[in-house]
Design a protein around this ligand. Structure first.
Ligand code: DAT
Ligand code: MG
Length: 137
C-alpha cells in the first residue's frame, strides 16, 4: 500500500461542538501524520468548488450554506492507505448507517451535521487538497 495524502475537514459543527481535538487525535493515534492544518472560513466560491460534484442536487444549497456558516479546520493527512483508512474512521455519510466506533456514529445524528469530510478517492484527494493548501497545488 502506497503512502498517500488525504484532505480532512473538521466542519463548522465540529468546531462548535469542541470535537476538533477528538477527531485529529483519533487520526494521530492511528499513526497518520498531519502535514498541514489550518482554521479558515470558506467563502461560497471555494465551498462550491470543493463540493462541485454535488451541484444541482437538492441538498446542495444547504450544504454550501452550512460549510460556510463558520470556521472549519482543514488538514492534509498522510499515511499508508490513509484515504480508505480515514473513510473507515469517519463512517458512512449518514450517521445512522455509520459503523459503530466511527466518528459519525459516535458523535453525529444527521447527514447535514456529520462533523467531518474525508476525500473519497485518490482522484478526489488530488482535486481537493489544492483548494485548501497551496503547497499541494
Ligand atoms: P461524504 O461527506 O460522506 O463524502 P457525500 O460526498 O455524498 O458524502 O456528500 C457530501 C456532504 O453532503 C455530506 O457529508 C453531507 C451532505 N449530504 C450528502 N447527502 C445528503 C442528503 N441526502 N441530504 C442532506 N445532506 C446530504
Ligand atoms: Mg464526499
Amino acid at each position: 500500500m502506497a503512502v498517500e495524502t488525504t484532505l480532512i475537514l473538521c466542519k463548522p459543527d465540529a468546531i462548535e461542538r469542541r470535537l476538533v481535538g477528538e477527531i485529529v487525535g483519533r487520526l494521530e493515534r492511528r499513526g497518520y501524520a498531519v502535514r498541514a492544518m489550518q482554521m479558515m472560513t470558506l467563502d461560497k466560491a471555494r465551498a462550491k468548488r470543493h463540493y462541485g460534484e454535488h451541484e444541482g442536487k437538492p441538498f446542495f444549497d444547504e450544504l454550501v450554506s452550512f460549510i460556510t456558516s463558520g470556521p472549519l479546520v482543514a488538514l492534509a493527512v498522510e499515511g499508508e492507505g490513509v484515504i480508505e483508512g480515514c473513510r473507515q474512521m469517519i463512517g458512512a455519510t449518514d450517521p445512522l448507517k455509520a459503523a459503530p466506533g466511527s466518528v459519525r456514529a459516535d458523535f453525529a445524528q444527521t447527514v447535514g451535521r456529520n462533523l467531518v469530510h474525508a476525500s473519497d478517492s485518490a482522484e478526489s484527494a488530488r482535486r481537493e487538497l489544492p483548494i485548501f493548501f497551496d503547497t499541494f497545488g
